[in-house]
Design a protein around this ligand. Sequence first.
Ligand SMILES: Cc1cc2nc3c(=O)[nH]c(=O)nc-3n(C[C@H](O)[C@H](O)[C@H](O)COP(=O)(O)OP(=O)(O)OC[C@H]3O[C@@H](n4cnc5c(N)ncnc54)[C@H](O)[C@@H]3O)c2cc1C
Length: 308
Amino acid sequence: MPGLKTNVSLAQHTTFRIGGPAKYFFAAKTTSDVIKAIRTAKKLKLPFFVLGQGSNLLVSDKGFNGLVVKIQNSKFKIQNSRLYAEAGISFSVLVYETGKRGLAGLEWAGGLPGTLGGAVRGNAGAFGGETKDAIASVKALDKNCRVINLNRGQCRFSYRSSIFKKRGWIILSVTMALQQGDKKKIQAIAREHMQQRRQRSPLEYPNAGSIFKNCDLRRAPKQTQKIFQEVIKTDPFPVIPAAAIIAAAGLKELRMGQAQISEKHPNFIINLGVVGAKDVTRLISLVKKRVKEKFGITLQEEIQRVGF
Ligand SMILES: Cc1cc2nc3c(=O)[nH]c(=O)nc-3n(C[C@H](O)[C@H](O)[C@H](O)COP(=O)(O)OP(=O)(O)OC[C@H]3O[C@@H](n4cnc5c(N)ncnc54)[C@H](O)[C@@H]3O)c2cc1C
């Protein structure tokens, strides 16, 4: 494959700045590049991993012993209120481009890092919105490397999940149905969300966003539900924010080597220097253990682990 690189550090391709090398690394700039790379890996029986902008990943210090395909197809087209975009485009570009045209539907995602494909796979959400809300259809590559088209229902979106995540299918492009709205209002909402993120999140340090999913209220013991009743959020269903649980467990600023629970946003782990993935996994285990002991809650990870 022309453009194939070897022994590429994955730390430089993740927002956490953590991770060893990929044995093979290929930046796929077109949809046909993506398909070719995956089909080649399958043919050679080479393990492969699809990388977006690495904003939701913890890569092991050993790296990935196979082919990493960085999804960089990024064409988009807007016609009337329909958006067609390739999976490798930054979600922030779409928020900007649709806002500029007075199209409503993506403003909740102001400041959301990552690619469109990464957001669709994990049904990324914030400020009451979720990626699934605007999806009309998705073009993907299934396990047999066939190109398939799915409507929104077939994508089986749920909280931070989708059929793509469950089955390991690769998103190639997406069509979204947006609504004509008030341009100034849409842009103001997106800007406001960006500002709130800057205020609430430790963006001054490398991080991977929220480490844990918020806790489904129904899964918490009755006693714990009472303790957190003031902070319950309905986004997208009744949850106890993981940040509130970690803070209440007294774990703010808990540190393992150069990895630390953020004081500003306790569901973030910040990288204080050259941190090894092991420091992060040990910190995650400790947080889970303490939270389980104190509140009877089993925290579930939102980040994706690679190469462990
Ligand atoms: C500061 C910060 C704030 C964040 N805030 C939020 C938030 O508010 N809400 C939220 O939901 N998330 C948030 N995140 C997490 C992250 O931004 C999202 O999950 C994002 O959608 C991931 O996209 P990515 O391109 O970076 O994916 P990556 O991190 O590169 O990959 C994540 C997973 O998606 C898979 N993947 C990537 N592209 C494709 C594709 N085309 N097809 C199939 N699978 C693919 C990868 O294999 C991997 O398993 C935040 C992260 C950071 C660093």
